[in-house]
Design a protein. Sequence first.
Length: 307
Amino acid sequence: MPDSLTAQDLSGYSIFDPSDPFEDHVGPIYYQRREGGVHCAMPTTVQHTNAGGILHGGAILTFADYALCCTCGHAASGGQMPGSFAMTVSLTVSFLEAGAIGPAIESMGEATRVTGRMAFARGSVLQNGKRLATYSGVTRHIPRDKAMGKRDDEGLSRVAGGTRPPGPPDNVPAPAGYRRELRPSPYLLHTGPTFFQDKAEGVHVIQPTFAHMLNSGASVHGGMLMTFADNAFCTAITSRLNKAPSTVMFTAEFLSAGAVGAPLETTVDLARASERFAFPTGTVLQNGTPLLNYSAVVALRDWKKPA
């Protein structure tokens, strides 16, 4: 693993072709097959910034998911790249350090076990030699052609060089009774607007879905689902506790595939909160179908609401 990697050092790296709309929208994210596995890299720009001016946790979650799937697909295919189409079953990410904007983030995961249908891997996300996060997860692998068949059914192009649908439209109206997130950031503006309503049973958060949120198999990308969940419970914490949240650990269980059309939604359950930490949990739904279970540990600091 090199001590540092910048965008200028990406000669010899590739993106997936057919490409992944969400990964290209957030990244692009690159890979390079090496003797010991697959090295993954994503340059960081201002679009990856959170409300505090550092690298957004959703970008790290998306990149960790990409690295996990590259590692597992490569291992399940006997070293081929692109390998089997790896679908994330579960992923846990622990956040260790704040990331900066400018240097690339990188990872080369380790496959710890491969079975006939599943693969298990772990790894770290680094930036300039500093470990920002660790991750471990499980994927289910299927033939890539089978996954690409759904892509064709959904009308996503296979044009060489990648599919890059436009991002979220400007000025998406808030549904009645809802308002925009309390701590907007360049990353959330780039991935798409969310709206929340603080109800008696919990903070309800929704997000419209658009074509740029899809993965290469034409389902809503796991990184998008995790970004939405992370934003949802951070919004709930700010609304209910008047605190600025920083995710320490995030765990996701992927239940079903999402599609473009109906919005994503969740009601955040703040299972416990102290002066320094909150423990949110919940399920991301679409049209009543559970897509993702999530739970997290979140550090809290003081925040003053804007006037």
